[in-house]
Write a protein that binds this ligand. Sequence first.
Ligand code: FAD
Ligand code: MLT
Ligand code: ZN
Length: 583
Amino acid sequence: MRGRGGIAASRKLQRWWRGCPSTAISDDFFVSGRDGRRMSAAPLASALNNVVAGGEFSNRSQMFHLVARYKGTNPLMKLRDYQSFRHDSSQRTLGLKLRSFGSASIKVPRSTTFSKINTEDICHFRAILGEKNAIQDEDRLSAANSDWMKKYRGSSQLLLTPGSTEEVSQILQYCDSRQIAVVPQGGNTSLVGGSVPVHDEVVINISRMNKIISFDPVSGILVCDSGCILENIGVFLANEGFIMPLDLGAKGSCQIGGNVSTNAGGLRFLRYGSLHGNILGLEVVLANGSVIDMLSTLRKDNTGYDLKQLFIGSEGTLGIITKVSVLTPPLLASTNLVFLGCRDYLSCQKLLMEGRKALGEIISAFEFMDCASMEMVLNHLEGVRNPFSSSMYDFYVLIETTGSDESSDKLKLETFLGKSMEKGLIDDGVIAQDMSQTLSFWRLREGITEALVKAGAVYKYDLSIPIQKLYDIVEAMRTRLGHSAKVLGYGHLGDSNLHLNISTAAYDDEVLSKIEPFVYEWTAANRGSISAEHGLGVMKADKIYYSKTPEAVNLMAAVKRLLDPKGILNPYKVLPSSLVLPN
Ligand code: FAD
Ligand code: MLT
Ligand code: ZN
């Protein structure tokens, strides 16, 4: 195998040709539903292992076909279960015990402008939705009131689950007339406390609105309800030979409506760009119940203001998204994934710069994680393993390529890796040889979020920072915090998006006072953004001035007041309450 692709093979480089020993998918993996009930994933594991061993599947995209096929043969295994099995996604952690809600959970005073719900209101909602969709059950309310991290908790007494746009409209019309505050909720995977009530807001969960409405295989344009789970859309599209332009670790739970409302970024942003470009149309219900049909399926449409853009990233504060039209790219035949060990941040940066040139149109993800992130995953997640056995590196990079010509894509990638190794940018590397390895490499990166939650308290910052300076804040934070906390840096390096996370055993005001406002001041001083992709939610509503001018914030508040004069939609989120709520 030596010398394949014209690369002078060093010892470590040869590992690429061999691949690291195949990681068999363990029967110990389990899947769990929303109710936290555990089921063995053994049947799916065994099916996957058989197929992987037979070499039938060699790339990440093809696995969707496998899932679809397997699903057809085992009625026990539901579509979404595969996600939990694969990434141990948010589903699984729903089983985490509620822990104390700490100092990082911000509380703003309840606005007296809002009515408290009474029996008459509940009767009214039951008349619209039916008894079982106006929920007061304690367990369901408890889940709706607390976020994925178990960090933010509200005290809503009512969860509404509408099944149609018309029902959403009737709910909002009534709430607006009575001045009842509401929180739109999708998969509830927000990392900034955006999807749960701050006080007693009524939760409107969109999950029941989950139908694919149409798909045009010529244009690749999909229209669906906003409650469709991202991964389910992916499975549907894979059968049609397409993919979603968006992929993220929470895909098994998050909904397209939530993705659009947060303008989620994720792993494919580098290749396919922002939802501001990929979303072609929306149907939205405004605070007063009026339905705005902007559900265009056109790529080009310059008639007047592009109003849908206002709702993309507005975090449920301007309207409830009920339908989405999205441009989807074709599923390409060849995908490669490499997991690399690097000695310093500068090497990661140079690797990105050179990778962009050398891999050009086939590069589809460029992610990084530091040693502290790797340790976090290895220490807190079950079933993960270090691809480099016991060797640890200061930095790790994942590069994914996706293209249409397997042999030329591979050659390009291998040539690039060989050259980078010769230049000393890579210390060690592994190319995923099969589906099992592909999944296990992604698990290391995508599992950091979950590992952090398992480790204890987590202070999460999602920053856009010019790439040369991106890692400086991680080091500065380590200096400030000393041994009192673990400081992790990982994220979407290809998009200059750092996820700075601070992990401690329990929430502590003293630790928080060392982190904030320093983190925001540093980011602003370095011309960064305090929210790259997660949004502001309740966590950063009053921090918006670090990234936007007062004039811009005032204009945002004016838009909010125009579309939602009574401020009932997701109050206390995104903008400072003083600008949008009467008191
Ligand atoms: P929710 O969490 O339910 O809601 C998010 C916000 O949108 C809230 O403000 C809510 O009020 C609003 N909302 C929800 N549905 C609607 C609707 N139909 N109409 C109007 N408003 C609505 N984010 C990224 O950008 N990139 C990542 O890589 C990424 N990875 C993640 C990994 C994990 C493990 C987790 C837990 C979260 C991750 N997130 C990421 C954060 C999160 O923003 C996304 O998961 C997702 O976009 C949220 O979708 P959701 O359906 O869960 O929305
Ligand atoms: C990620 O990129 O892993 C997500 O945005 C979640 C996180 O920041 O932890
Ligand atoms: Zn991210």
